[in-house]
Structures are given as C-alpha cells and as structure tokens.
Design a protein around this ligand. Sequence first.
Ligand code: M6R
Length: 366
Amino acid sequence: ERGGYPHFMLKEIHEQPKAVRDTLRGRVAEDLSGVTLDEIGFDEAFTKSVDRIHIIACGTSWHAGLVGKAVIEQYARIPVDVEIASEYRYRNPIYTPNTLAIVISQSGETADTLAAMREMQSKGVRVLAITNVVGSSAAREADDVIVTWAGPEIAVASTKAYTTQITALYLLAIHFAHVRGNLNDAGVHELLEALAALPQLAEQVLDTAPQLKSFARRYVEATDTFFIGRGIDYAVALEGALKLKEISYIHAEAYAAGELKHGTLALITDGVPVIGIATQPDLYEKTVSNIVEVKARGAFVLGMTWVGNDDLEKTVDEVIYLPKTLPALAPIAAVIPLQLLAYYAAVARGNDVDKPRNLAKSVTVE
Ligand code: M6R
C-alpha cells in the first residue's frame, strides 16, 4: 500500500506532481483563457461584490492560507485576513455585508475549523470550503466547495494536501482577478500557463532528494534551527519549520528575515543550521543581507533560490536550486525540499515518521 516507499510521507511527497495536476484538471481552459470553477455557486455579481475575505484554518492548512492571502491580494486586490481557527472562533470578528469566508481543511473534520465555519454561517457569512475529503463535514456544510484532488493523505505530516490547497487558492485568485477586471486576458494566459507547468516543476524538484538527504545528517544532533524568508517565502518558512518540528522533534522557528535582528538573532551561534529561502527577485537583496547577518554569527546556511542565480553561492554554505516560475507560484516548488529535509532528518533520528508522537491525523477535539 505504500507503493514501494518506506513511509507514506515519502510516497505522498512524490505524489505531488500528480496531485497538483489532478487539482488543476478541468479547471483551466485548454486555451488558457480562464478558470472554470463549476463547483462554486458564485455568480458574477457576487464575485464582483466581495470586499473582504477571511481565511480560517489550522496548522499546515493555515500556512496554505497565508500563501492564499498573498496571491489574492496581489492579483485580485481584495483585502484578506488569515486566521487560526482556534483564535478566530473566540473573538468577535468584523464582517462587511460582502465578506466571503474561506475555510481550508484537508480532512474537513478539524473541530476548531468547523466551529469557526458554523459561527460565521450563523452570522450570515457565505463560506467556501477547500477540502480534500468529498463527504467531510466541511464539504457538506459549506455553501461552496473546492475539492483538492490530492487523494488520501495517510501520513500525519501534511504534504500533498498543502500543495493542492495552494493550487486551489491560485485558481480562485485568478478567477476573482479575471472576473473583477484586475487581470486582462493576456495576464490570465500568462498565469495559467505558469500554473499548468507546476506539476512538471514539482517533478523536477523531487530530484533534490539526495542533496537533502545528505544535508539532513546535520540535523541528527541539532537542537535548534531557523527558517528565514521574506514575503511569500516567509509563509513557506513557517511550513518548513512546522514539518521539521512535527516529525524530527527538533526545535525549529520560522522568522520573517528582516525581523531577526529584533531579538532572535541572539540565538544564532556557531554551527546553528539556518535555511534561507530567497525565491522572490524583488526581495532577494534584502534577504541576502539577512543571510549575511546569520553567517557572521557562525550559522551553517542552506540557501534556496531560482536556478541560474549562482550569486547566492557567495553567501551560503550550500544551495538548492529551484526551477524558474512566476514569483507568486514559487511556494509549490520551494516547499518540497523542506518536506524532504524534515523527512530525512526524522528518518536519521529513528523517529516514527508517519505517526509522530502526541499527534493525530485529524484533530476532532478542541
Ligand atoms: O485536516 P486539516 O487540514 O484541517 O488539519 C489541520 C492541521 O491539523 C494539519 O494541517 C496539521 O498541522 C498537520 N499535521 C501538519 O503537518
């Protein structure tokens, strides 16, 4: 059942090209002229009227939501708040009459996410669920649903669900931007072309596995590690850190690179492993200057950037090159090496990769 892989997690990491492809299937017009989201019942008037979006989720699904905020704001210019469900449900959020809520849940059964969703519906807010389980509570109760076609995810650590959730959010962002006139046909075409290439990109990044396996040896004895990045790379850093904590049990922190010197830099000492994510050309110089700061304190840095940008080799100890894509689409390729790193670090430490201690696949208690 593990298809020849030693763990479900490794199998599911390798299934990502297919999962992303399946999530795009039938939703991108063949001539790249637009997005079809037949499942959602929004008409044009509603799509144009939305003036605020609240994205609610937990854990990895929340991290996908952070990427969603970046792309929806960039392309559709709708303000987005992203919040952890267990926080959101206990406060008194402010809705406009045209607020749309998006809940993201792989299982569709996470107690806090469902409670937040019910709370919003009771206030008359329209809720769209992005879920991987067709018959789940979230799918049944939401007003609209976008299914991620990742297939069953067995490993507790979420991998292919995350990349397909992001894929669904890209489709939604492009759809909103197109209908609302923020993107013209040429802009839609360019984005959809890049989106259609993502499965292929994911395939290519899987080839970094041997490099990550060897880098993961540094984590056998490590006690602390940091993931840094700016913008959308910070969202990916949060996911990389969670993955590592969850299955390798190594303390990991994600930091917005520019925020390090406001406290956390004090923890960077000789030999501390740091992952520096630099996939955004606009932010590249700024991120590199933060990487230089951790290097100056003795950190051992693994950098990630787009292929062809050899410049990073001057600053870091090792580089992972990611295939080129539009900056907004970088997270799908960038997260895969981080999933592999967490996987190989957990294996090297002899942990139960698929069933980490203290955790359940579906958190149905509050
Ligand atoms: O099923 P959900 O997407 O609602 O689950 C949310 C989180 O419990 C989940 O993403 C968790 O953070 C993962 N184990 C992380 O790998």
